[in-house]
Write a protein that binds this ligand. Structure first.
Ligand code: FES
Length: 103
């Protein structure tokens, strides 16, 4: 597991996804009600970018076909997606946003 500094906290906007490209992972980071969440950016249905999705409660809605994914577990909650997307550990440290990924 490797920690990466991926953004300043000020780069995040409440309810708006931030797409982060690391070598082997593309991750969508969300700030929702003051909490940070990080999911695999690529929708498990047809590869839309979840960082472009809208937030509804504790879900992000895929911008292409509307599947909802849990921000905390990555589970696909509504069709057409049936497979989860990965979740990542994300945290704040001295005003910087860090992400842990397997490498
Ligand atoms: S691409 Fe996301 S639900 Fe189809």
């Amino acid at each position: 597991m490797t920690a990466h500094r991926v953004a300043a906290f000020g780069d995040l906007e409440e309810g708006v996804g931030l797409k982060v490209d690391l070598t082997d992972h593309t991750v969508a980071i969300f700030l929702v009600d003051g909490a940070l969440f990080a999911l695999g950016d690529r929708c498990s249905h047809a590869e839309a970018s979840l960082s472009e999705g809208e937030i509804f409660g504790d879900e992000v809605e895929c911008p292409r076909h509307g599947s909802g994914f849990s921000l905390s577990t990555g589970e696909a909650l509504t069709l057409p997606a049936t497979k989860p997307v990965p979740v990542y550990r994300v945290w704040l440290e001295q005003g910087e946003v860090f992400l842990a990924v397997d490498e």
